[in-house]
Design a protein around this ligand. Structure first.
Ligand code: ZN
Length: 1211
């Protein structure tokens, strides 16, 4: 002792937790250990070292827990101890130090102590010790003690597995396990198993352990300790779960007989564990089966071991046990893998509707080049491998393909498209054609009377005139100008616009463009279509050229109309704010003028109300001009009669707990007991197509006979009847699977074999008060808001006749989950192992033998838009409103694409007034590029009706801005019930970078207008494209921020200022909306510019046109989880109010110097000062905080639907 004291000399620098005595021993030990590296210790030194180590151990063992914690934080003390452990060569000393560490860590509440020790890299020292000592004959207790310390360190050491492998400790641990699996020794293996489990958390380790035989050893341990030691059994099983993630290890598990053992254990525990105390252990057994069934031998072993029956019956038993919820889910995954994959009971590889595309030298649609073979029914060489076994191997590994997909840039970026962009080659001459879409410039001149043409305003054109009129329309005030060259600038206000400088073709563009192939918008069959239309056909099948349906309802003839008593009754619509009250009903059956119960919320603008719906006669007249690919046999009742706005809020659907589990089990049940299914096809789109062709006009005395069908059972009586041969309808097949249950298959987008999400169909022949279950079985997205409170919408004709014409949310037991139907490689584009998803809901109808319409979301058809345009034109309140509706171009399907201009007239014809008028900033709005996003159209309706109203805001908006609106960018997609694409089978919102005038005319010409505006130095102040978002709640904007761009040095865009700082004013509009609009959520907004989005409208308008405030507005299909509407599903009123609030927000966007600067420097990028908002209310402080600096991007994917982020969620 005296020597020991003398050896240390001065007091230590160690602090905290250690006494001077302890310090002394540690320093002595360290010294002795280090000296032993140089020469062999003599026996005296050895004795000293052992003595010191022993005293250290005793000292620590005697400490209180708090003192141990203190000591662990003493870095130099721990370091000295570790140095000694590493350096000394004496086993006794090593053992004492290890015991000292074990005491230091303790048995319970070891967290902070371990964390401190991990910081000193105690882990590494222990691994090295283990490997070094394992070469000698060392006692088991020592090995177990080292593993005990390691297992504690593993809890806090994130690199534990890697350190173990790098220090070659894995074989040591494993070999100890192997030599101790016999039952007598096995009971002490707990620390070794704990360490193994920590190793196995690392995938490389897991496969290394598997190669070294860990699988068999672990199964042996499990069989020896099962029911004797729960904790060890659990840890051994959990280690197996980790190791078996590797498929080759899973095969080893099958080879060593693991599957029957696991099944047997699962069976026993299910029986014994009635109080559910071993949930983790039982769950581990299921997870082992889940991994094992990723291999073919594993699936066979489960089937051979009667695993299917076991899992099925155990699921039945535990259906109501809340804490075993996940068991049903995992079992369902295993069972699905054991059953042979099923195909969709429809020809899923072929499109339901085909449309012959015009030839284009410029661009071959991806879909066409890839799918051409399948569309023509030619077998591609993937056939045969389609349902190959290996497809199962990726079953739960969804990430690979999905990520690859979402990383892929938009199609517009692929190949050589970008550099070949004909858009860049569009010359000034090419762009001149767009000047005719700026009638406000041409119409209004200095010193001339510019009174609006009131006489013509409400005049109804004859069918001949309205059909296929083309862009130029005398009724719209667009004059015919002779061709000529001249100035290409915006007309100078000081002089009369030089008409000759505005070369406008003197014929409709469809014709005028003929000479220029790249501008051609004339499509195959277009002329034939026109002939037929002129001959009175209601609509024309673009494939066959046959009339689509005939109407024999009285449609006014041109002659009768010319006498002023036309078939469009003059119904002056008051766009003014009405009294918020209940308006009395007019007597039935005049269904379109029903009682209006205006929502009693100050928020709701009374201008959106039901009596403004067009008359059925108007609708017939307009709808007959709509061109579809497939044949229609009716106009849907809701189109004809509109929907009353609900005065009640519809809550988010509060699903009972366990519904998802029950539905998944039900799906399993169908696999197991497939014999019990009826499998009776009761509707087939392609078949009924043929039938409807045989229908004569006698049978269809009107385009809608729903009312006549009410209350009458129809043959065959024993099942529901379906129909989707109407605008936006897309049901391909209905199969009665049980008496009250139907499987529904949706049509893919035209010319494709996928994109199933939107649905719209008619159902009839039902009995009241009985639950009918509908399963839409070919959805493709990995999750849906149907799991988060969303319900489908339904419209009952009987209720409408009874005075309640309205869409409302319906359906109980609503749920969305993955099913067992394989998507073929042709459908997935080669991605293996993809399954379809089921949307299921149950509807209990109120009326027997009703005719009901069920849809994904509130439908808004192309014909509806056309009718409303007609109505808006008629009813615009005269002189204060400048409103023009022109046809920008025709779609591939031969449908007009409208462009609207809304503003006011100059205050006078003075030079100043005209100048002020012409210098008003432009707002450019587009919508419905994605046909399945009908919410976008309802918002657009709200925007347009608000702009045409007489509200103060509307007047101010018209005074301030000129609005250019293309309300429906994808009419063909909408008409034909597509979800995502146009007839080209491409997502048009990936066609803004490169578009073909023949194949993507709507995008080509909309972009043409924007390019023309840029050329004329009239770049819009704001661009916004209206969309719907299927996975999120609320309404929100996506904008463009240079600093959040995927490009590292993104400077070629409007948000980068001269000094390289970023103009943040693009964040103002969303900020205003967050205050302005109840449905709007700032926190959902994102401003990142992703590579995959380079070809979208938002990014192209930002980057190429130079619009700083270029947005996508996304609206939920579901509802809101913030603001005043929180907890409610979104309805028609909310959507329309959102549309009006969006434009109202623009009023607050006026910057102080905006007008002047805009005039002088169109390209001017406003500085932060300039963009200080001009507030019209008092709460400006609200806007004026650090909001702009908020980092709003959280990597949200934009524009919906590209990426499949979430896995099927279980409650
Ligand atoms: Zn969209």
């Amino acid at each position: 002792m005296a020597d020991a004291k003398g050896a240390t000399g001065h007091s230590s620098s160690m602090k905290g937790g250690s006494s001077p005595k302890l310090d002394t021993y540690v320093q002595l030990l360290e010294k002795m250990s280090l000296s032993s590296t140089a020469k062999t210790l003599n026996s005296d030194d050895l004795q000293q070292a052992r003595h010191a180590a022993s005293r250290i151990f005793q000292h620590i063992a005697a400490l209180e827990r708090s003192s141990k914690e203190h000591l662990c934080r003493n870095s130099s003390f721990i370091k000295a101890l570790l140095t000694s452990l590493e350096a000394n060569k004496d086993f006794t000393v090593s053992k004492l130090i290890v015991d000292a560490f074990a005491e230091l860590i303790g048995r319970t509440n070891t967290g902070t102590r371990c964390a401190n020790l991990v910081e000193e890299d105690t882990t590494k020292a222990f691994f090295q010790l283990l490997v070094r000592e394992s070469k000698n004959d060392i006692p088991d207790e020592f090995v177990l003690q080292v593993h005990h310390v390691l297992s504690k360190l593993a809890l806090k050491d994130r690199k534990f597995g890697v350190k173990g492998r790098r220090n070659l400790a894995l074989p040591v641990t494993l070999s100890f396990l192997r030599s101790h699996t016999h039952s007598a020794a096995a009971k002490s293996l707990q620390p070794v198993l704990n360490v193994l489990k920590s190793y196995a958390n690392n995938a490389t380790n897991a496969s290394e352990l598997g190669e070294k035989g860990a699988v068999a050893h672990l199964f042996k341990v499990v069989s020896n300790v099962n029911k004797k030691n729960m904790l060890m059994t659990k840890v051994a099983l959990e280690t197996l779960v980790l190791i078996l993630k590797s498929k080759s290890n899973s095969r080893k598990a099958v080879e060593c007989g693991g599957v029957p053992m696991v099944l047997q254990m699962y069976r026993e525990w299910h029986k014994i564990d009635t109080k559910n105390r071993q949930v983790a252990l039982r769950k581990a057994l299921l997870h082992i089966l889940k991994h094992v069934t990723n291999t073919k031998v594993g699936r066979q072993a489960v089937i051979d071991g009667d695993g299917v029956a076991l899992l099925y019956t155990t699921c039945e038993d535990i259906m109501d046990v809340r804490e075993l919820d996940s068991f049903v889910f995992i079992s369902s995954i295993i069972l699905r893998k054991c059953f042979p994959r099923q195909k969709l009971p429809a020809n899923a590889t072929k499109a339901a509707l085909l449309f012959k595309l015009p030839e284009s030298d410029f661009h071959v649609p991806q879909s066409l080049s890839k799918d051409a073979a399948l569309l023509n029914g030619i077998t591609v060489n993937m056939e045969g491998r389609e349902y190959e076994d290996s497809s199962l191997d990726n079953d739960d590994d969804r990430s690979s393909n999905d990520e690859a997909e979402s990383d892929k840039p938009g199609s517009g970026l692929s190949g050589g498209d970008r550099t070949d962009d004909a858009v860049h080659k569009r010359s000034l001459e090419d762009l001149r054609m767009y000047q005719q879409f700026f009638p406000e410039v041409l119409d209004i001149e200095v010193g001339e009377e510019f009174l609006p043409d009131m006489e013509h305003k409400n005049e109804i054109e004859s069918d001949e005139q309205t059909s296929r009129r083309g862009v130029c329309d005398s009724n719209f005030g667009c004059q015919h100008y002779p061709e000529g060259s001249g100035r290409t600038s915006w007309p100078d206000a000081t002089s009369r616009p030089d008409i000759t400088s505005w070369p406008v073709s003197d014929t409709a563009p469809a014709t005028s463009l003929k000479g220029k192939p790249q501008n051609g918008t004339v499509l195959n069959g277009g002329c034939r279509a026109r002939e037929l239309l002129d001959a009175g056909a209601s609509a024309v099948n673009m494939k066959t050229g046959q009339p689509v349906f005939s109407l024999d309802i009285p449609v006014g003839t041109p002659s009768s109309r010319s006498k002023g008593k036309n078939s469009f009754p003059e119904r002056k619509i008051k766009l003014k704010r009405r009294e918020k009250s209940t308006k009395k009903v007019e007597s039935l059956p005049d269904l379109h003028t029903l009682q209006i119960e205006v929502v009693n919320e100050s928020e709701v603008d009374a201008q959106f109300s039901a009596d403004e719906w067009v008359s059925p006669e108007d609708f017939y007249a307009v709808a007959r001009k709509t061109n579809s690919v497939g044949k229609f046999n009716k106009i849907a009742y809701p189109d004809l009669h509109g929907s009353k706005l609900l005065h009640r809020r519809e809550k988010l659907y509060d699903r009972k707990f366990g519904i998802q589990r029950a539905k998944i089990f039900e799906d399993l049940d169908r696999m197991v007991n497939s014999d019990s299914l009826l499998n009776k096809t009761v509707y087939d789109f392609e078949e009924s197509f043929k039938l409807s062709e045989e229908l004569t006009s006698e049978k269809w005395s009107s385009a809608n006979r729903d009312v006549e069908r009410l209350g009458k059972p129809a043959e065959p009586y024993d099942h529901l009847h379906f129909n989707s041969h109407f605008e936006c309808g897309n049901l391909r097949k209905a199969i009665q699977v049980k008496a009250m249950q139907y499987d529904l298959i949706l049509c893919p987008d035209v010319n494709t074999n996928h994109h199933h999400q939107w649905f719209y169909f008619e159902v009839s022949n039902m009995v009241a008060d009985k639950p009918y279950q509908f399963n839409i079985i070919n959805n493709e997205k990995v999750n849906s808001q149907f799991n988060s409170g969303m319900q489908p919408v339904m419209y009952s004709v009987q209720s409408a006749v009874n005075g309640e014409p309205s869409w409302s949310r319906v359906g109980t037991d609503v749920c969305y989950f993955r099913n067992n139907l394989s998507r073929s490689l042709q459908v997935t584009g080669g991605a293996k192992g993809k399954l379809y998803y089921t949307t299921t809901f149950t509807v209990t109808f109120r009326h027997s033998y009703d005719v009901c319409y069920i849809a994904y979301h509130y439908p808004y058809t192309y014909s509806t838009l056309q009718c409303q345009l007609l109505q808006w034109q008629r009813n615009v309140d005269g002189s204060p409103i400048y409103f023009k509706n022109q046809v920008l171009c025709q779609s591939l399907g031969g449908n007009d694409v409208n462009v609207l201009t809304i503003t006011d007239y100059p205050s006078s014809k003075s030079k100043e007034a005209i100048e002020q008028f012409r210098n008003k900033p432009y707002i450019f709005l587009t919508g419905r590029v994605h046909p399945g996003e009908s919410n976008a159209s309802w918002i657009m309706k709200g925007t347009i009706e608000h702009l045409l109203s007489n509200s103060e805001e509307a007047i101010a908006l018209r005074q301030t801005y000129i609005f250019k609106i293309v309300p429906m960018l994808n009419p063909d997609g909408v008409i034909n019930g597509n979800h995502r694409c146009s007839l080209v089978a491409e997502d048009l919102n990936r066609r803004w970078l490169v578009s073909c005038p023949k194949l993507h005319p709507t995008i080509y010409h909309t972009k043409g207008m924007l390019l023309f505006m840029k050329q004329m130095q009239r770049t819009p102040l704001v661009y916004c494209d209206y969309h719907g978002h299927s996975r999120k709640k609320n309404v929100f904007l996506y904008g463009c921020s240079a600093s959040q761009s995927w490009m590292t040095d993104d400077v070629d865009n409007p948000s980068v200022l001269a000094d390289k700082t970023e103009d943040m004013s693009y964040k103002m509009l969303p900020k205003i909306l967050a205050h302005n609009a109840q449905a709007f959520s700032m926190s959902s907004c994102s401003f990142s510019v992703e590579k995959a989005k380079e070809a979208t409208g938002r990014v192209v308008v930002w980057r190429q046109i130079g619009v700083l405030r270029s947005y996508t507005m996304e609206s939920t299909f579901c509802g809101c989880d913030q603001g005043q509407y929180s907890g409610s599903q979104i309805n028609l009123t909310d959507l329309q109010v959102m549309g009006s609030k969006f434009v109202d927000a623009l009023l607050k966007l006026k910057s102080r110097n905006y007008k002047a600067s805009y005039l002088d420097e169109p390209e001017l990028k406003m500085s932060a000062e300039d963009t200080t908002l001009v507030f019209q209310d008092d709460n400006s402080a609200d806007y004026d905080d650090g909001y702009l600096e908020d980092n709003l991007s959280d990597g949200i994917s934009e524009d919906e639907d590209d990426d499949e982020l979430q896995e099927n969620v279980i409650e």
